[in-house]
Design a binder for this molecule. Structure first.
Ligand SMILES: [Zn+2]
Length: 235
């Protein structure tokens, strides 16, 4: 008895089902989607940090501006005392002058600090703008991957239903003993239990059968098996 050629059709369907199952598991595992979402989230976190830095510079800048205003007012008050004529004592005038100089010096220092803060603020604003564009692109890409994944999962699931129906019909027409052997062999042979011979070469292990063995295979009453890999040979 030689294995029926329907066994090769069954093998083709089973190979297709195995591939679809693997793809379905990969899609359900959401590897690609998880990676795309992780990238988008990372970019959004970076943007959030830049926005926090902008807030800090805003607060620092406002505080310095307030200090500068206050120092300007105090210096103006002291100067009006200095030149107002109400104070005549030279020592006191000298002391006021010293205070005016001191206030102006502190004001100048605060102005330098403010300049640095404003420059940094501008730099972070620019980086935040770039980060925002980047994060938006990645979020759109992740949404696209989610849509593609859902669509492909639907298609794969539908094809699996069709293929399993097809398999059931085909399996019903195969000798139960051969089918049992085939199903026992499949898991041991990386999913491939039934193969053809091409020019005497087993298409499972790609070994060439000797002419004696080939002749024996052709004449066998039982199911023909490859002498090397033990797969079922369909002639
Ligand atoms: Zn073989």
């Amino acid at each position: 008895m030689v294995a029926p050629s329907r066994l090769l059709d069954l093998q083709a369907i089973d190979t297709a089902i195995d591939r679809l199952d693997a793809r379905k598991r990969a899609l359900e595992g959401e590897g690609e989607l998880a990676a795309a979402r992780a990238q988008a989230e990372l970019a959004e976190r970076e943007l959030g940090e830049l926005r926090l830095a902008i807030d800090t510079f805003d607060r620092d800048g406002a505080k310095l501006e307030h200090e500068i205003d206050s120092l300007t007012r105090k210096a103006a008050d002291e100067e009006s005392r200095l030149y107002g004529g109400a104070v005549a004592n030279a020592k006191e005038l000298g002391s006021i002058q010293h205070e005016v100089d001191n206030l102006k010096k502190r004001k100048s220092e605060r102005e330098d600090e403010l300049l640095v803060v404003l420059q940094r603020h501008e730099d972070v604003e620019r980086r935040a703008k770039e980060a925002e564009e980047h994060a938006t692109e990645l979020r759109i890409a992740a949404d696209q991957v989610a849509a593609d994944t859902a669509r492909e999962l639907d298609a794969v699931s539908a094809e699996l239903v069709t293929r399993r129906d097809e398999r059931a019909r085909l399996a019903a027409g195969i000798d139960p003993e051969i089918l049992e052997l085939y199903e026992d062999l499949r898991p041991q042979k990386k999913g491939v239990a039934a193969v053809t011979l091409v020019d005497g070469v087993c298409q499972g292990c790609h070994e060439k059968l000797s002419s004696v063995e080939l002749d024996r295979v052709k004449r066998t009453d039982g199911v023909a098996r490859c002498e090397y890999c033990r797969r079922i040979l369909v002639l």
